[in-house]
Ligand binder design. Structure first.
Ligand SMILES: NC(=O)c1ccc[n+]([C@@H]2O[C@H](COP(=O)([O-])OP(=O)(O)OC[C@H]3O[C@@H](n4cnc5c(N)ncnc54)[C@H](O)[C@@H]3O)[C@@H](O)[C@H]2O)c1
Length: 253
């Protein structure tokens, strides 16, 4: 008896060209490695070099808050691969936020910088890849938001505002580009145990967060990667404008 081939459209297909911003460190590095392991041609864009260079991943330097950086990045990816199938807007100021503090103590400079890196970058990125994706008649955009938006996490006002705007932007742009064959979705992770979260939160807070989950354990970068892969895949083509909360079941949308 002949076995039918399994339907693999729910994972990123080998050869898919994916740009991951902030892919040198933390969650972005984990996402990049996962997608590359599935056969994707991954290009990361970051302001720092990766700690562990992975031969299968191309690392480019780019400041995602900067318009001209995006033009150079997109030109470099198109020259190398001829197309851009998916963009994962992951880069953000998160680890660099420092200690949580009241909204009254955030300076205008900090506010503007966080909004530029966490929100303007997402708009600039979608704008930069749009001509190529439209010409292809296909594209996937995944914007990394945060469940802090849904939870109303205090002492983090610039960060939560920047991520709330990412969710709003995801919805608006999804409506504008659906007819071009492009989907735009957001993923809102809960507290992922990375070096960044361990630096920003004490152990008691991390343990309490894990205990509040319907699935009561620490969240790992590996909990996020398959969800991002799905949203970059062929099989997610009828899902757009959505925000998928991946937090083990704390906030429900
Ligand atoms: N860690 C968590 O618990 C958590 C939870 C929810 C959402 N998130 C989101 O997930 C994403 C990744 O988080 P992380 O924990 O890996 O954060 P991180 O701070 O450890 O890493 C962010 C990456 O973005 C890069 N970056 C910063 N500014 C940049 C710029 N201007 N241009 C290009 N690259 C830049 C950094 O160099 C770094 O590699 C972020 O969008 C973050 O807001 C994280």
């Amino acid at each position: 008896m002949q076995m039918s081939q399994p339907d693999m459209r729910g994972s990123v297909a080998p050869g898919t060209v994916v740009v991951v911003t902030g892919g040198a460190r933390g969650i972005g590095a984990g996402l990049s490695r996962y997608l590359a392991a599935q056969g994707a041609a991954v290009v990361t864009a970051d302001v720092v070099e990766p700690d562990d260079a992975d031969g299968g991943i191309t690392h480019l330097r780019a400041d995602v808050s900067d318009e001209s950086s995006w033009q150079e990045l997109v030109a470099a990816v198109l020259e190398r691969h001829g197309r851009i199938d998916a963009l994962v807007n992951n880069a953000a100021i998160y680890q660099g936020l420092g200690t949580k503090r009241p909204f009254t103590e955030i300076t205008v400079e900090e506010w503007d910088r966080v909004l530029a890196v966490n929100t303007r970058s997402v708009w600039l990125g979608m704008r930069a890849v749009h001509p190529a994706m439209k010409a292809q008649g296909r594209g996937r955009v995944v914007n990394i938001a945060s469940s802090t938006v849904h939870m109303g996490v205090p002492w983090f006002a610039h960060y939560t505002a920047s991520k709330g705007a990412v969710i709003a932007l995801t919805r608006s742009v999804a409506r504008e580009v659906g007819a071009d064959g492009i989907t735009v979705n957001a993923v809102a992770p809960g507290l992922v145990e990375t070096d960044a979260t361990r630096a920003l939160n004490d152990a008691d807070y991390l343990a309490a967060s894990a205990g509040r989950r319907a699935v009561p354990r620490a969240m790992e970068p590996g909990d996020l990667a398959p969800v991002v892969s799905f949203l970059c895949s062929e099989g997610s083509g009828f899902v757009t404008g959505q925000t998928l909360i991946v937090d083990g079941g704390v906030a429900f949308s």
